[in-house]
Structures are given as structure tokens and as C-alpha cells.
Design a protein around this ligand. Structure first.
Ligand code: C5P
Length: 365
């Protein structure tokens, strides 16, 4: 007779609760192509870096077969919890943590109940994949609590991609090249740890809205080009229009040598700044022109002795969070000081990356 091994008998299914976390992200490169059909997903080539700000999902078995969702918002530094305004508006069917737990149970054919408690630290609708991090943490928590084996078999990645384009990356973490919708990942060596000042905003931006604005710019660019041809304008002007407005039918799927060197060479700061790019930046700024001023203030930051901080603020993902790369904490403080007083700025959070993807932080029987 085959007796189960000790490892198997210490069944994870004896657990009554688990706590998992997953990271926020910033896109170091985000190249966006035109969707194959109007309103469809945009082909992307992107480099994700996982950031040291994590969402936590605590999952606890219930005796009945219900799923209950609660949420608390915390400041990034984990200062005393404050109840978020959106709490009363929690709609489980729309919450990615709830949908992730349900997806695992449905897929594994398990009829069980759980309390799902989300601790939110990542700004909502901020371009840092907070919702996707909730999903990733919840997927791993459910897989562990109910011992589904889906993570080990790779099926958790499939569920992740179904929940959203950024969810597979939040599960994987580190540094990765994303293709397709951003969900076809190739892990990259971590490279040097980078420090960021993330400038979060009082008001969120809708991701579909920013992609739609990219499409709108594309249509506008085509119009401008045909006007230019009629007026027999010059090549330089056409190039400018193409760069600022048009989405290519296909995006390059590999990193260039310069991009790779910029990402992985710690010594050459200028080279790193040069590779940072985001095709969603102009569309996001169309919708939120006020962000440009904060970006300018951050770019003009100076150390107390007057030395300029060499940096290049970029929009994080679809925004409105602004990501400002810096070389040390003194520069981070200088950036914070430079943007103080802006009306819509919510917080300036100092983070580092890359960090690990979704992980189990605690569990109990
Ligand atoms: O996959 P996710 O739910 O995070 O995407 C949110 C929205 O962003 C999509 O419904 C789509 O409008 C847009 N999107 C896109 N192309 C991508 C990723 C997202 O158009 N590659």
C-alpha cells in the first residue's frame, strides 16, 4: 500500500487561514501598438518592475459556503489603519480579490466558504496595478488555503491572465518583459535595485479611458498627416506627428541592446533614464494636463546645496501616478520637497524595486 509521505499528510488543507501579499508595479518601458479591432486590447511590449508596496489578502475558512469580502486602507508606511471612503461601496462582484478566490474555487471544483480581507496600500486607479495585486495575492492565498495545486501546475497563471492583463506579473514579480496584452511574461534578471518617488494623486484615471485616448490621438495623427501631405509639408513634421500621435500596427517584441544596457547597468544613470518610456504618457496627460506641472516640478528638484537632481519623471502605467527615479534618499527627499503644495498630489511614497511577486506571509491551523 502506498502511504502518503510526511509532506503530504501535513496537508496544507489543515490550514484555517493564510495571509498573502503581492506587489505594485511600475512600467519602465511601455510601448503600445494599435488594437487589431476598434475597442480591443492593445498589443504591448513592456518591462514591468515590481515595487516595494504590497497589497495583503487574508483568507479565512468559513463553515458555510459563503464568500465575504471586507477591506481596509492603510498608508504605505503601515501607520494605523484608516477606513477608506470607498468601503461602503465595496461591490464583491467587481473586486478582483473576490473574483480571484471564486475563480480558484470554481476551477478546482471546491465547494467552500471564506472570509476575504483585503489590506489596501496601493492607490486605487493609480497606474500601479493595485487591483491586479489584490487578484494575485488572493489567487495564491486561495491556492494555498484550499491546497488546489494550481500554482504548482501553472494553472494559476492562466486564471491570473483571465482576471486582468497585469495580474500574471503581480503573481510573478521581479523584473519582466511583457508581450501580448502585457500578460505573456519573460522573466528578466533583476538588475540593480532602483529607488523611486511615486507621486500619487487624489483622483484616479480609468485605464480603458487612457487606452481610448491613445486611440483618439492615433486617429487625430492620421488626420494631421493627411493634411500635411496635402500641404506638401516636410518629413521632419511628419516624423513628429508619427512619434507623438500614431500607434504602430506592431510593437517591437524584443528589447534593443541600448534598452538592455540601460536596464541592467547600474553605473550609467543617464542610460537608465534614457530607456524609460511610456506610450500612455501623452494620452494620460491629455486627460489630466495638471500632471505636467507636477512632473516639471519633480524634474527641477534640487538638493539643499543647489545641485540638480538628475531624473526623468514618467507616468506610471496608465497614470495618474508619476514615477520619479532617484539615486539615493537625499534625492528622494529633494523630489518630495519640490512637489510640495500641488493641489491634486496625494502622497509622495519612496519605494524600491524589483521585489518578489506574490508570496504567503503567514498562515495558521
Ligand atoms: O486587463 P485589464 O482589465 O487590466 O485591462 C483594463 C482595460 O485596459 C481593458 O478593458 C482595455 O480597455 C485596456 N487595455 C488595453 N490593452 C491592454 C491592456 C489593457 O486596451 N494591453
Amino acid at each position: 500500500m502506498n502511504t502518503p509521505s510526511a509532506a503530504n499528510t501535513a496537508a496544507p488543507s489543515a490550514l484555517t487561514w493564510v495571509e498573502a501579499s503581492a506587489p505594485a508595479k511600475v512600467n519602465l518601458i511601455l510601448q503600445c501598438g494599435a488594437p487589431a479591432e476598434a475597442g480591443g486590447y492593445h498589443p504591448l511590449t513592456t518591462v514591468f518592475q515590481a515595487l516595494s508596496l504590497r497589497e495583503t489578502v487574508r483568507l479565512q475558512r468559513r463553515d458555510d459556503h459563503e464568500l465575504y469580502l471586507t477591506q481596509e486602507a492603510r498608508t504605505p508606511a503601515d501607520e494605523p489603519a484608516e477606513l477608506a471612503a470607498e468601503l461602503s461601496d465595496l461591490d464583491p462582484a467587481k473586486h478582483l480579490a473576490y473574483r480571484a478566490v471564486k475563480a480558484v474555487l470554481d476551477y478546482a471544483g471546491i465547494d467552500a466558504g471564506a472570509n476575504i480581507h483585503v489590506i489596501k496600500r496601493v492607490p486605487v486607479a493609480g497606474g500601479m496595478a493595485g487591483g491586479s495585486a489584490d487578484a494575485a495575492a488572493a489567487l495564491l492565498a486561495a491556492d494555498t488555503l484550499f491546497a488546489t495545486g494550481l500554482n504548482e501546475s501553472g494553472e494559476l497563471d492562466v486564471l491570473a491572465a483571465q482576471l486582468g492583463a497585469d495580474v500574471p506579473f503581480c503573481l510573478q514579480g521581479g523584473l519582466a518583459l511583457g508581450r501580448g496584452r502585457g500578460d505573456e511574461l519573460t522573466a528578466l534578471a533583476d538588475g540593480p535595485t532602483r529607488t523611486w518617488v511615486m507621486l500619487t494623486n487624489q483622483r484616479g484615471l480609468s485605464t480603458p479611458g487612457v487606452f481610448a485616448q491613445a486611440d483618439h490621438r492615433h486617429a487625430l495623427g492620421l488626420e494631421k498627416l493627411s493634411e500635411l501631405v496635402e500641404a506638401e509639408g516636410d518629413i521632419a513634421a511628419a516624423l513628429q506627428i508619427s512619434q507623438n500621435y500614431l500607434l504602430p500596427a506592431e510593437v517591437p517584441t524584443e528589447l534593443t541592446e541600448a534598452q538592455s544596457r540601460g536596464l541592467f547597468t547600474a553605473e550609467n544613470w543617464q542610460q537608465f533614464l534614457a530607456v524609460l518610456e511610456n506610450d500612455l504618457q501623452l494620452p494620460a496627460l491629455d486627460l489630466r494636463p495638471d500632471l505636467a506641472e507636477i512632473m516639471e516640478q519633480a524634474a527641477a528638484a534640487q538638493l539643499p546645496d543647489g545641485t540638480p537632481v538628475v531624473t526623468k519623471p514618467i507616468i506610471s502605467g496608465s497614470g495618474p501616478t508619476i514615477a520619479v527615479p532617484v539615486q539615493n534618499l537625499a534625492e528622494a527627499e529633494a523630489v518630495k520637497a519640490a512637489v510640495q503644495g500641488s493641489e491634486t498630489l496625494h502622497q509622495a511614497i519612496i519605494l524600491t524595486g524589483p521585489v518578489a511577486g506574490a508570496q504567503i506571509d503567514a498562515s495558521g491551523e
